[in-house]
Write a protein of this length. Structure first.
Length: 253
């Protein structure tokens, strides 16, 4: 019971953060590893993905009731993200995470610096006309970040939000909603590998998922009510946390 309660608390916090600005995996994945130290890594990833997809699904539902999204742009990104995330989940045990962390650290620092100094970044929603170039770009970004999410995961939602703002001129609110939609597909793809392979413990995954859903609903509502400025501040705070975590992993751990 103590283990389930700890997993539930971790899932709730992760769902809340992830729905609002992304980065829930930074809380949920390390938390699951710490709470279930004797569980195989692939099973931890399976539990994490099941909880995440439930919370993300609830967040998407909240966003779609209030935010209109350009599906002509999102559908190619979703399709490529699904395929790439499935591939990433298949090779998750073949690529050492330590190879990824220095690269991710550099990308996070770049994102944080760019967002901090560009004061109008993500404040105005003026999406570009959706041409073949935009659809191809969305597909490529969806594939790249989908593969990353399948093979590792933490920070995927934040990367997606940054991409939608920087390259497609979304504001933070629409970018958060779009990121959740694409993230839903990457979680679904990873689960379609982990579940048939038996990499999931349902008596842990289900309570964690219920709590993640509750956090996802609350996080999405906070983001919608707080607006663009609120999400931008949360995004910068999350960048600092992510950078600190990855810097510690690269230079200390």
């Amino acid at each position: 019971m103590e283990t389930i309660l700890l997993l539930g608390l971790t899932g709730f916090c992760a769902g809340l953060i992830d729905a609002a600005v992304g980065g829930g995996g930074l809380v949920q994945l390390p938390g699951a590893f710490g709470i279930l130290p004797n569980t195989p890594p692939a099973t931890i990833f399976g539990i994490n993905k099941f909880a995440s997809i439930c919370g993300t699904g609830m967040a998407v539902r909240q966003y779609l009731q209030r935010v209109r999204l350009p599906w002509a742009l999102l559908l190619p990104a979703m399709a490529c993200a699904f395929v790439a995330a499935f591939g990433g989940a298949m090779v998750v045990s073949m690529v050492p995470v330590k190879w990824l962390k220095p690269v991710i650290l550099v990308l996070l620092i770049g994102m944080a610096v760019y967002t901090f100094f560009k004061k109008d970044f993500g404040k105005v929603h003026k999406p570009k006309a959706i041409t073949r170039r935009e659809r191809v770009g969305a597909a490529l970004w969806g594939g790249a970040l989908g593969f990353y999410d399948g093979i590792f995961g933490p920070g995927t939602g934040s990367f997606l939000a940054f991409v939608f703002i920087r390259f497609f001129a979304f504001d933070f609110l629409h970018a958060a909603a779009a990121a959740r939609v694409v993230n839903l597909m990457t979680n679904l793809a990873a689960l379609s590998f982990f579940v048939p392979a038996g990499h999931i413990l349902w008596h842990y995954a289900v309570p964690m998922a219920v709590c993640n859903m509750a956090g996802g609903i609350l996080g999405a509502r906070m983001a919608i009510r707080g607006g663009v400025g609120f999400i931008r501040k949360l995004f910068l705070v999350l960048m600092v946390v992510l950078i600190s975590k990855f810097a510690y992993d690269v230079f200390v751990a």
